[in-house]
Design a protein around this ligand. Structure first.
Ligand SMILES: C[S@@+](CC[C@H](N)C(=O)[O-])C[C@H]1O[C@@H](n2cnc3c(N)ncnc32)[C@H](O)[C@@H]1O
Length: 217
């Protein structure tokens, strides 16, 4: 589920690593500090790690360098091929944020630049699932574009349009970029304590630690 952008990623797979290195002017700010963002996520992962939306395997590589046991989940065939060629010893399987076949006990769910492919409703379903699947004291560590408020998101769309960044402006409206209050509520409702740290103008680090009893209200 949440796979409606799959075609786009099949095509983007071939030039994705150029985009993240800053080749695309419209996305330069989105991907600024890219390596540091991936490192921040990898630094906070522990134990057995499930990574969603591995793309070309750049975060996966950092997790492996941190000596973590990683299982990669990626819906795009082309992305999987590229990631697997970089990391032949890592299990990278077909799946998505909501449907993933992992039998291992899981300590950390990680993801970068991908959770916005789920609607807010789907994000809630996914987070509830992760709270059930995580080991006690497990955690979610995501980095993704989120906004402080709907107004802040609208301001960024307006700014992108005025800079002539039409692909970026359309992307911000087409995909499901959410706000910090919405994510905070979804995570806390499912028994996580959460903190948000801004890593560039778009991307925030989202660290959610599973604790205590869930609030079923
Ligand atoms: C912008 S790329 C990010 C790749 C990599 N994580 C990185 O940080 O460079 C988004 C990735 O998420 C994947 N994706 C899209 N929808 C998804 C879903 N519903 N579940 C899991 N992954 C998804 C895409 O196929 C793509 O590989």
């Amino acid at each position: 589920m949440g796979r409606e952008f799959n075609e786009l990623f099949e095509e983007w797979s071939h030039s994705y690593d150029q985009t993240v290195s800053g080749d695309d002017a419209e996305y330069k700010e989105v991907f600024s500090n890219y390596e540091e963002i991936l490192t921040a996520v990898a630094d906070r992962a522990k134990g057995t790690v499930v990574e969603f939306g591995v793309g070309t395997g750049n975060l996966t590589t950092k997790l492996v360098d941190h000596h973590l046991h990683v299982i990669g989940i990626e819906p795009s065939v082309n992305m999987r091929k590229i990631a697997q060629s970089k990391l032949p010893n890592v299990k990278i399987i077909d799946g998505d944020f909501l449907e993933f076949h992992v039998i291992e006990d899981i300590d950390t769910f990680v993801s970068t630049y991908a959770f916005h492919h789920l609607t807010d409703e789907e994000k809630g379903i996914a987070i509830a699932k992760y709270s059930e699947r995580l080991n006690p004291n497990g955690r979610i560590v995501f980095a993704d574009t989120v906004f402080m408020s709907d107004e802040a998101k609208q301001d960024m769309i307006t700014e992108s349009e005025s800079r002539g960044f039409n692909r970026l402006a359309e992307d911000l409206q087409r995909e499901y970029y959410t706000t910090i209050p919405v994510l905070k509520n979804l995570l806390e409702k499912n028994g996580f304590t959460v903190s948000f740290t801004q890593l560039n103008r778009f991307v925030w680090l989202i660290e959610a630690q599973l604790k205590g009893e869930k609030n079923h209200d």
